[in-house]
Design a protein around this ligand. Structure first.
Ligand SMILES: [Zn+2]
Length: 266
């Protein structure tokens, strides 16, 4: 692989390049990588910031919201002076302040069945930092149909989970619907605004997602595909469980009933 790093990039990424599993080759893979971060909130903030700091060459960030005071307890890409500003603009400024070598593309919009395929088509890996089941299922289905790797995370109260989905590669890789067939009924599971969340817990989960995205881009280590990491911050425990592909999955099995995104149109 040809390396084209400036002297300042070699200095900036020295602690990466010295790692045997990264080196110049891995750092070049990051530079050529294109990652879409969905949501510029609690998970999206550490995700986007670590990906930018790590030198992922092109990072997209999608969010339709503006910064509010109640966000600042956990959404560390934003500060007091950003209140009222679009989250994508605030996050982009934070990322470029850390690392002006990367390109940050902002998408101030809400993902839906009509725009998601065009958007994810521009990226290699999708990182889900969204806060609702509608978006999680939409992204799972769209990434499967488009053949994109999805690094998924969620956090509520003191708990969180992380996994990677690439069911488009076939068995034994599961998709999100292999675990949760369909979205839960509205209000069955509280949102963070209803149930609360410890700010540092979204930092733990978002930071783990960033690590998994970097591993996927460099193709190093063990992928989390087929496994789910469950974090219980009050117990200070991390558990990893196996998640099999479901032969009855409505999306990725031979018996699939979902062939396109029309079930998300309403
Ligand atoms: Zn599935």
């Amino acid at each position: 692989m040809d390396f084209d790093f400036s002297d300042s990039e070699i200095q900036r990424y020295a602690r990466h390049i010295v790692l045997k599993d990264v080196g110049g080759t891995g750092q070049m893979k990051l530079k050529r990588g294109r990652v879409l971060v969905v949501g510029a909130g609690g998970l999206g903030s550490p995700l986007a910031m670590y990906l930018a700091a790590a030198g992922v060459g092109t990072i997209g960030i999608v969010d339709d919201d503006v910064v509010e005071l109640s966000n600042l307890q956990r959404q560390i890409a934003h500060g007091m002076s950003d209140i009222g500003a679009p989250k994508v603009d605030s996050a982009r400024a934070t990322m470029l302040n850390m690392n002006p070598e990367v390109t940050v593309q902002t998408h101030q919009m809400r993902l839906n069945a009509k725009n998601v395929l065009e958007l994810i088509g521009q990226y290699d890996v999708i990182a889900d930092g969204s806060d609702n089941f509608e978006t999680r299922f939409l992204l799972n289905d769209a990434c499967y149909l488009a053949g994109k790797t999805l690094v998924s995370g969620a956090a509520l109260r003191f708990d969180g989970q992380v996994s990677t989905f690439k069911a488009h590669l076939g068995a034994p890789h599961p998709c999100y619907r292999c675990i949760y067939h369909a979205p839960p009924p509205p209000d069955a599971i509280p949102s963070c605004s209803q149930g609360g969340v410890l700010g540092a817990v979204v930092g733990t989960i978002g930071g783990m997602q960033a690590t998994e995205v970097l591993k996927e881009l460099m193709a190093i280590g063990d992928s989390l595909s087929g496994q789910l990491v469950i974090v219980d911050a009050l117990a200070a425990s991390f558990r990893k469980i196996r998640v099999p592909r479901d032969p009855g999955c409505p999306l990725c099995s031979d018996a699939a009933t979902i062939k396109d995104l029309s079930c998300h149109e309403h």
